[in-house]
Design a protein around this ligand. Structure first.
Ligand SMILES: Cc1cc2nc3c(=O)[nH]c(=O)nc-3n(C[C@H](O)[C@H](O)[C@H](O)COP(=O)(O)O)c2cc1C
Length: 409
């Protein structure tokens, strides 16, 4: 279900949704849908108790995937579900609703049902949204279990106060699905690996005027840079984008976007407060040269020069490389028409980059204008990381992952 707002911190997150035997289990259907609407991939695990309240068919239909509730998939053949694999798959194990019984089982480390087995084998963080009657919630045993789980790092999504299924009024109602999704979004955002990092990113082409209507330009669409902006935002970065003329909407969630036309304008924006950024990434296809002279009115046919003399434009990437301090990371892109390895390596060294992303128009589906790209990332020691042909969104995620690995070296 690909209808997510790309700025959501849940975008692309793998959520194991555990459902237990509370009357609030009916809300899990809406929760699964809400998480998916925000771009998460959801797999559902139910306790036998939960199945009394909501049919697995509802959740499997909504998530377009079978629901897990038993150790064995096919009792006749002995086929079993691997709870360990499932535990490793998730970015988070969200148990909503979480019954008093399951909270107690988590504290004890019980393994009496499939959901509890996944809990014990999951390496990802666990979050629970308790749902129960007010007295069950207030009971010392439940409160002590919640305190123990919180101490172990489990995220506790505090229930609401209000009318309960029992007819009583008090604290114990599971938060509404949208509020749980909001809570999880903030939770992910606060753990996002690039949180607090300021990123300066250039994208798109530049246009170097010949006269008031003509320019020297290139075919860069800006798609790769904009996809990278979104991928960086998803990892919590504060992204400041400088874009040449492109036909693209502002990527959601960027802190600022400056639209410029020429290499000179891009350079002015790129130098500004450069020292305040942690990471600078140059995806823009900046013109290397511009006409020495330009006309501010349209040149008529008979006025056009036979030869247009060119002069070099300012080199943004070289400037960043020169100015770079120890805390800063500078990443360049190289678009080549041959295999490009030698020129990419030379650019990496000359411009003092931390790594360089090479794409070659010689590769089918790579380069300008396309929705796909095929890249190789080169480290300063010459090590090459080659990637398959992928959508620019996926390529952007690969680059951000490489950046994260680089920063934690
Ligand atoms: C109608 C009904 C509603 C229930 N609602 C809740 C509830 O909201 N919270 C809770 O902790 N237990 C509730 N229970 C009790 C649990 O279903 C019971 O403790 C069960 O063993 C939980 O199993 P599980 O944690 O493995 O899903 C309810 C039971 C019934 C019959």
């Amino acid at each position: 279900m690909g209808y997510a707002a790309p700025s959501s911190a849940l975008h692309g997150k793998r959520i194991l949704l555990g459902v237990t035997g509370s009357i609030a289990a009916y809300k899990s259907a809406v929760l699964a849908r809400e998480l998916q609407r925000r771009g998460a991939i959801v797999r559902v695990i139910m306790t036998p108790g939960a199945i009394e309240f909501i049919a697995p068919l509802t959740l499997s239909t909504l998530t377009d995937h079978p629901v897990y509730s038993d150790f064995t998939e096919n009792k006749d053949s002995g086929e079993w579900t691997n709870h360990v694999d499932l535990g490793l798959w998730g970015d988070v194990f969200l148990v909503a609703p979480a019954t008093a019984n399951t909270l107690s089982a988590f504290v004890q480390g019980s393994c009496d049902n499939f959901l509890q087995a996944v809990h014990l084998s999951s390496r990802c963080p666990v979050c629970v949204a308790p749902a129960m009657d007010l007295d069950m919630f207030a009971h010392q045993a439940t409160q002590s279990n919640l305190a123990t789980l919180a101490n172990r790092g489990v995220g506790i999504i505090e229930p609401d106060s209000g009318l309960l299924a029992s007819g009583l009024e008090g604290k114990g109602r599971m938060l509404e699905p949208a509020a749980i999704a909001d809570w999880l979004e903030i939770w992910f955002y606060e753990r996002a690996p690039l949180k607090g990092k300021r990123v300066l990113l250039t994208a798109g082409p530049t246009q170097e005027p010949i006269d008031s209507v003509r320019f020297i330009g290139n075919h860069s669409s800006g798609k790769m840079g904009f996809a990278l902006a979104r991928a960086l935002v998803q990892q919590g970065a504060e992204v400041h984008l400088i874009s040449g003329p492109v036909q693209l909407n502002d990527p959601a969630g960027v802190a600022s976007i400056r639209r410029v036309q020429t290499a000179e304008e891009m350079m002015i924006a790129a130098r500004e407060n450069f020292h305040t950024y942690d990471i600078a990434i140059a995806t823009a296809a900046v013109a290397d040269a511009r006409p020495k002279q330009r006309s501010f009115t349209k040149l008529h046919r008979n006025e056009l020069p036979e030869v247009i003399a060119l002069e070099p434009t300012p080199d943004i990437l070289a400037h960043w490389g020169e100015q770079k301090k120890a805390h800063q990371t500078v990443i360049g892109f190289a678009l080549e028409t041959d295999d490009g390895v030698a020129s990419a390596m030379s650019k990496l060294k000359r411009k003092n980059l931390d790594f360089i992303v090479l794409n070659s128009t010689a590769d089918r589906g790579a380069g300008f204008g396309t929705d796909t790209n095929q890249i190789t990332i080169f480290d300063p020691n010459g090590k090459a990381h080659k990637f398959e042909l992928k959508s620019k969104t996926e390529v952007a995620q690969d680059i951000v992952q490489h950046l994260l690995n680089y920063l934690t070296l």
